[in-house]
Structures are given as structure tokens and as C-alpha cells.
Ligand binder design. Structure first.
Ligand code: ADP
Ligand code: 3PG
Ligand code: MG
Length: 392
């Protein structure tokens, strides 16, 4: 099966619904320009084909309700600067105002819709919601690689109703990561951190079938450490994932995969590290302490594994890397990956944004915009948003 791509699509002069992943706004600010910049080649391609474009994305997890801080308006302010042309913004993604704006779009016009997840129909993959979105346009192009693991209305519903194809970003990400999955040079190490614990822990079992070493950091590591009986005090921990964590530990043993968990962590009494900042062994946290980064001994052992690897995939920052106090482990890992001889792949909105912000992007073999999506793809799972874009 092959992906339907832009070169197979007759798009000249068409009104295109372009699904992008602008899950980049935190508290009213764009914190990840990399994802927005990554969407530009497809937009520019469509403009060259005299299309008009309706851009749509989710942002955050508002659970079917309007949450002002999760509005896509900040992206509507950024896009004109990057594209050098106006972008119209409507504060809904369905309804009469949207239909009106969409109807009168002319060649070269760009309309950005409000957060799709302000409607429950998006995550429920509701047929009517998908139809309302599909009715706005003549073609559907999906460039939201980072969301292809979600069977949501704007990802799997619309392509059932409109002619469709993958955008340039999605195509490149899919091809690069699928190739990596087929032939990773060994030893192959995966480093998984971040905060989307229950989402990601499920696929770690699959990932164990492919890797030689699995290094766990971030809030993900807290859950593993707590499952093993450490008191992680006020750290972010998902109790519901303890059983999964234990299963992964025994599966790694069975498969002879080297599994590394932190031996020391950086803790504080508040999430910005203004009070009580210190490094401690993982079994010696004091009441109210929050583990927010990995400690230096842990990084020594992680980096030793990296130095001996031929392929390294990293998804999820190792600490709360938005704050300098807790970006040290991520920085140390990034440099270890750069100095190794390994092919280095980074995945994830927050992880890629961190690498981009510290200016290290060009030193890696590939930086994917997808976090959960790249992890699921590399674990060998079928992704609903890819399946619908395959030539039948
Ligand atoms: P990605 O977007 O790269 O796929 P995630 O969304 O899973 O990664 O996780 C990134 C987030 O994880 C960041 O916002 C970071 O602050 C958070 N994080 C990492 N480690 C910790 C920790 N120990 N405690 C709380 N949050 C953490
Ligand atoms: C991401 O940032 O990984 C994607 O935008 C998917 O977001 P989600 O995990 O909230 O579905
Ligand atoms: Mg993220």
C-alpha cells in the first residue's frame, strides 16, 4: 500500500481543507514555532496551485468545551508574519459564520478555524461534525503528522467524504520514520520521557520488540519508580499505570532489553524550582518534594548507553525543560546524542521545540513533529490517520 500524495492530486484552483497540527499554544502563547514552520511548505505548495486554504487544528485537551487559553488565535497572529500574507481567523470551526467565510474564499485566501476540540464531535469522530467540516471544502489534505495516531473526525472522518492526500510534512515524516523502523542500525536505543504517561506507556511494550536499550526519564520515570515502591512524594505520577510499568519491566527482562531508570533526580518544592532545589537519590525524596529532572549520576549511565548506540530515538523531555533549572538532563542527553556516531532521531512537540529553542536542531539526523505519533509508528502500530490516506 502506498500513501496518496500531493503529486497524485488534481488541486489546481481548489478549496482545500488542510488539517495541520498547531497544538502549539500554551496559556495564550505559541511555545512551539517549529511545528508551525513545518507546515509552511504544504501551504506554499497549495498557494502555487491557486488554491484557497482552510486550516484546521486541535490545541490542548479542552474536552469538547471552549477554553479561552486554548484558542488558536495566537497562531493566526503568527502565520501572517511567516507567510507574508493575511490570514482570516474565525472563532469557531463549524456554524454559519464559518460557512460564510469559507464560501467566499478566493484564490490565495487562507482561513484558520478555531480549535477543533472545542467540539466534542472531534474526538468522538462524530459523523455529522465531520460532514460539517467536509462541506466547507472540495479537497482534504492531511499534514498533521503529529496527530495521525488519533482516530478523530478531522483525521479519519473527513477523508471518507472528500478526495484526499497526505501533505508534504506528513509524507516526509512517514517515509523517514517507516524506513528507520525497517532497518535500524544496532544497538538501537530509545529514550522516552515527557508527561503523556498513560498514552505512551502502552506502546512501550511494542517498542521493546525493536530496541536493544530503553532509557526512561521525565514524569514517565516517576511512574516507574513509584510502581517499584519508591515514594515519589509530590511528583507527577500516574497510579493507574503501575501495572503497565511493571509489565514493561518484566518484558524488558524477558527480551533482554537493557532498561534504565533514574537513580537520582533533581527535586524542588515548586514547579519552577524557586524553593528547595536539590539533587537526591530516588529513594530519598522528602515530603512535598517534586521530581522535575534527572540527576547527574543517571545522566552518566544514560550517556554511556548512548555513546555505544548506532541508532537513538528520543521522545519526551527528560525533565520540565521549559524551565532552565530542569533542562539539564535534556541538554546533557542532546549533547551525548550529537557526539555519538549514532543516527539520531528526535520526536515530539515539546521535545522538538526544546531542541529548536536551544539551536541544536541541525545536529540531529531527523527531528519529527510527532511525539505519540512517532512513538506508535516506530512501535510498529497501524496509525488510523495514515491508513485512511493509503491508495486502496
Ligand atoms: P512531546 O511533546 O515531546 O511528545 P510530552 O508532551 O509527553 O512530550 O511531554 C513533554 C512535557 O513533559 C513537557 O511539558 C515537560 O514539562 C513535561 N515533563 C517532563 N518531565 C517532567 C517531570 N518530571 N514532571 C513534570 N512534567 C515533566
Ligand atoms: C501531540 O502534541 O502529540 C499531538 O498534537 C497530539 O496531541 P494529543 O496527545 O492531545 O492527542
Ligand atoms: Mg507534548
Amino acid at each position: 500500500m502506498k500513501l496518496l500524495t500531493l503529486d497524485s492530486a488534481d488541486l489546481t484552483g481548489k478549496k482545500v481543507f488542510l488539517r495541520v497540527d498547531y497544538n502549539v499554544v500554551n496559556n495564550g502563547e505559541v511555545t512551539d514555532e517549529f511545528r508551525v514552520r513545518s507546515s509552511l511548505p504544504t501551504i506554499e505548495y497549495l498557494l502555487e496551485k491557486d488554491c484557497s486554504i482552510i486550516l484546521a487544528s486541535h490545541n490542548g485537551r479542552p474536552d469538547g468545551k471552549v477554553v479561552d487559553s486554548m484558542s488558536l488565535r495566537p497562531v493566526a497572529k503568527l502565520l501572517p508574519k511567516l507567510l507574508n500574507r493575511d490570514v482570516i481567523f474565525v472563532d469557531n470551526c463549524v456554524g454559519s459564520e464559518v460557512e460564510n467565510e469559507a464560501k467566499y474564499l478566493r484564490t490565495g485566501d487562507i482561513l484558520l478555524l478555531e480549535n477543533l476540540r472545542f467540539h466534542k464531535g472531534e474526538e468522538d469522530n462524530d459523523k455529522n461534525f465531520a460532514k460539517n467540516l467536509a462541506d466547507l471544502a472540495e479537497w482534504y489534505i492531511d499534514d498533521a503528522f503529529a496527530a495521525v495516531h488519533r482516530a478523530h473526525a478531522s483525521i479519519v472522518g473527513i477523508p471518507k467524504l472528500l478526495p484526499h492526500a497526505a501533505g508534504l510534512l506528513l509524507e516526509r515524516e512517514y517515509n523517514t520514520l517507516s524506513e528507520l523502523m525497517k532497518t535500524p542500525a544496532k544497538p538501537y536505543t530509545a529514550v522516552i520521557g515527557g508527561a503523556k504517561i498513560s498514552d505512551k506507556i502502552e506502546v512501550l511494550n511494542e517498542l521493546l520488540k525493536h530496541v536493544n536499550a530503553l532509557l526512561i526519564g521525565g514524569a514517565m520515570a516517576n511512574t516507574f519508580l513509584a510502581a517499584l515502591g519508591n515514594n515519589m512524594q509530590a511528583s507527577l505520577v500516574e497510579k493507574d499505570s503501575f501495572a503497565d510499568a511493571k509489565k514493561i519491566i518484566s518484558a524488558a527482562k524477558r527480551r533482554k532489553v537493557r532498561l534504565l531508570l533514574p537513580s537520582d533526580v533533581v527535586v524542588a518544592l515548586d514547579i519552577d524550582g524557586k524553593k528547595g532545589l536539590r539533587t537526591t537519590k530516588v529513594d530519598q525524596l522528602r515530603p512535598k518534594e517534586i521530581a522535575l529532572d534527572l540527576g547527574p549520576s543517571t545522566m552518566d549511565s544514560f550517556n554511556e548507553v548512548i555513546a555505544g548506540s548506532k541508532t537513538v530515538f528520543w521522545n519526551g523531555t527528560l525533565g520540565r525543560a521549559e524551565v532552565a533549572n530542569f533542562a539539564k538532563a535534556s541538554e546533557s542527553l542532546a549533547h551525548a546524542m550529537i557526539s555519538s556516531d549514532a543516527k539520531t532521531i528526535i520526536g515530539g512537540g515539546d521535545t522538538a521545540a526544546y531542541i529548536d529553542n536551544v539551536g541544536l536542531h541541525s545536529h540531529f539526523s531527523f527531528v519529527s513533529t510527532g511525539g505519540g505519533a512517532s512513538l506508535e509508528l516506530l512501535s510498529g502500530k497501524k496509525l488510523p490517520g495514515i491508513e485512511v490516506l493509503m491508495k486502496k
